[in-house]
Design a protein around this ligand. Structure first.
Ligand SMILES: NC(=O)c1ccc[n+]([C@@H]2O[C@H](COP(=O)([O-])OP(=O)(O)OC[C@H]3O[C@@H](n4cnc5c(N)ncnc54)[C@H](O)[C@@H]3O)[C@@H](O)[C@H]2O)c1
Length: 254
């Protein structure tokens, strides 16, 4: 996939670790200049990108704060003259409470919506003006099997990821006239630090149950998802928009 994204500029949110870090490295490997954005430090991600001889930089931004994303988009536009790809990956996931729906706190519900839903809207409205000026772009939103399956005992997360699929569809129709494509990726549980934190001591049992519902019976690895991000970012998917790509080892068959 080397050079598929040569000349493109990509922003990845939530890029300090986990999937966001992997996506940043793979997009850079495919030739894009990558801006790794997170509320935490992305030095490790940028070091990984550079270790491969690829191009990347970091930006500290909180997706709940539209101004910090607008400032980032303005800086990226000034520095590189364009924004072609946005991966809305930042989310509250790893530390969320798993509990019956009526035991979740209002505070945690609101925080989850602020990052996972409003954060996606914030990032889109920050970068779309530049994408319009560049006559197109690709926005990739991280949804989850949680939304399509209906993950119980984590209703705030499940609802937030269903909203991400709704945003993807509505925005695809709205931005198609500007040749900006908007797609989502819905993975099942990926072997990341976040998933280990989320399931805690139930990790082995939970991943075994998930595997048993898959057609391909192994646990999903970050690299399995990263290939789809590169595909959706590239011209290989140039007539694909508004879609939610299930990366779940054949759990959901559309
Ligand atoms: N790991 C999985 O099994 C899995 C499955 C389906 C979907 N997803 C989705 O994939 C994405 C990445 O998952 P992960 O496992 O790598 O998660 P993770 O928790 O390991 O990483 C999330 C990143 O987002 C950042 N972040 C959180 N709040 C932020 C904010 N307000 N502003 C900026 N950055 C913020 C964190 O600092 C962290 O670096 C998430 O959208 C998640 O919902 C993950």
């Amino acid at each position: 996939m080397t050079n598929m994204l040569e000349g493109k500029v990509a922003i990845v949110t939530g890029a300090a670790r986990g999937l966001g870090q992997m996506f940043s490295c793979k997009l850079a490997r495919a030739g894009a200049v990558v801006v790794a954005a997170d509320r935490n430090n992305c030095a490790e991600t940028v070091a990984e990108i550079k270790k491969n001889g690829d191009r990347g930089t970091s930006y500290q931004a909180d997706v709940t704060d539209h101004k910090s994303l607008k400032d980032m988009a303005d800086k990226v536009t000034r520095d590189y003259g364009r924004i072609d790809i946005l991966v809305n990956n930042a989310a509250l996931y790893a530390n969320l409470t798993s509990a019956p729906f009526d035991n979740l706190t209002e505070e945690e519900w609101d925080d989850c919506m602020a990052v996972n839903v409003k954060g996606v809207w914030n990032a889109c409205r920050a970068v779309v003006p530049t994408m319009r000026e560049c006559d197109g772009g690709s926005i990739i939103n991280m949804a989850s099997l949680a939304a399509t399956y209906g993950l119980p005992f984590c209703l705030h997360y499940t609802a937030s990821k269903a909203a991400v699929i709704g945003i993807t569809r509505g925005l695809a129709r709205e931005l198609g006239r500007h040749w900006i494509r908007v797609n989502a990726i819905a993975p099942s549980a990926v072997a990341t630090e976040g998933t280990r934190d989320f399931f805690g001591d139930k990790f082995e049992h939970a991943t075994e149950v998930i595997r048993s519902n898959q057609s391909l019976r192994r646990t999903l690895e970050p690299a399995d998802v990263a290939g789809q991000v590169v595909y959706l970012a590239s011209d290989a998917s140039r007539f694909v928009t508004g879609q939610t790509l299930m990366v779940d080892g054949g759990t959901t068959l559309l």
